[in-house]
Design a protein. Sequence first.
Length: 540
Amino acid sequence: MHGVASVTLRAAARTHPGRVRSNNEDMPILDAARGVFGVVDGIGGKAGGEVAAATATDVILQRLARPVGTDAERVREAIAIANNEIYRRAAGSAEFNGMGCVITLAIVSDDRLTIGHVGDARLYKVRPEGIRKLTRDHSPVGEREDAGELLEAEAMRHPHRNEVFRDVGTIYRDKDEEEFVDVIEEPIEPDAAILVCSDGLSDMLLSTTIAHIIRQHAGAPERVVDALVAAANDAGGRDNITAVYAEMPLFAERMGRQAADWMTPTDPIEVADQAGVIASTPVASAGPGRIRRAARAVFSSRATWFAGGMLAGVVGALALTAYVATTQVHGSRTLVVSAEGGAPFATINEAVAVGRPGDLVRVEPGAYHERVVVGDGIDLVARIPGTVTIVHDGDSGAPALSIVGAFNVRVAGMRIDAQAPVETGIRVAAPAVTLELIELSGSMHRAIDLSPGSALTVRGSRIATDGTLVSIPDAGQATFVDSVLVRAGGAGQPAFSVKPSSHLVLRGNAFAGFPDIIEGVTPARRTELLSGNLVAEGRR
């Protein structure tokens, strides 16, 4: 029987015009009782796009209210009827000539997910082990991304990203026409969730960032959609933003229980108020193509490794991860630092000294000649990644940056320059520390000193050291993802020194100049750890 979902999913929707546009051409579709979820994104100008989206939404809801046919037939027919109604209205009005929309529509019935899709709105399925995009973008850039020719971050920034070659409404269509509606059918597990979103969200947020936010708020759909929309706005909000999210009954329980290492621990998020609609109810290892691109970018010239092209896309888009995850903390205060004046604090340490758990210290561009100590759950973020430099030019026994305390800490967008020889670049002595978009360079015996029992995650960062990257003590954990790690000279220490009970994860990194990458593991384990990473020829 169709028309009423056998299991009512917990679901919510949110739409927002974004930071740039005054109008909103997006329309969410949410009927949790019938298991219907979707997004319509209008095209064709201010009036036309809004009319097309509203027309399609109305037609789709009317058709799906009739429980006739299989779910695949229903989504295909609903989109085709919407197409022809938009075309009919446009043909009778010069104002609406050329209007249309893109549509991604889903029906959840029993344990099956059926998707009807035209255009570049997206549907993701999330489970405790990761996130997967189920739709394919009907766009030249989207095809290149799906084929592995472009990294996700590169596709997000492509100048032709918003061009689509398939839409709803600009020409007359037959419901059975091939190359019109993509119909996708697959199981939906009891511990799964789905997100349908417009390109105003997926062009702003990496899929790993989307998964990060969903995991953070699993069990609270309203908070999920609020946080996603706020994150896309924080990343620039260049287009209308719509998120429709639904959870199966066991998703939150199993997501909370799963200790997966594809994302890092996070703090609660507080989301800025957004106008919209609410309805109550791991990074994969780099493939061969990515490795070849990375090799050309990172190793084409030793002098230019620091600006390696491999991370150009990753770093630019990961800036969002750092900014989003650190600027939306429940009950937090934002403490602004500027070395040039005009802010409440002139030094980073002054702001940290008055901070409390959950606060954000936001640093304006400039050079800060201080040895920074951050802790007590305070997040430290450069407002513009890469424009803040912590300069260590004093006591060689004190780290340039120390992260301490009993709460998790995140540091993002900082450059750390050890201009005088130093024993340690960054000291980590907090339960869980995330370093994102960090550039660390200078003369250091150890780039990072990790305390026993601490967990470290480094993402999208660039580290040049003449010593060891990090020694991982017993009960310590270190995860390095999409980072460039280089021996800048000095003696021949390995990049990582690993103890028997320590834990190391390496994904999508590029190594250069190290005589050995990992010390303290078997050859088989070394090969396993380095799979999917790029290592300069002749190194191991």
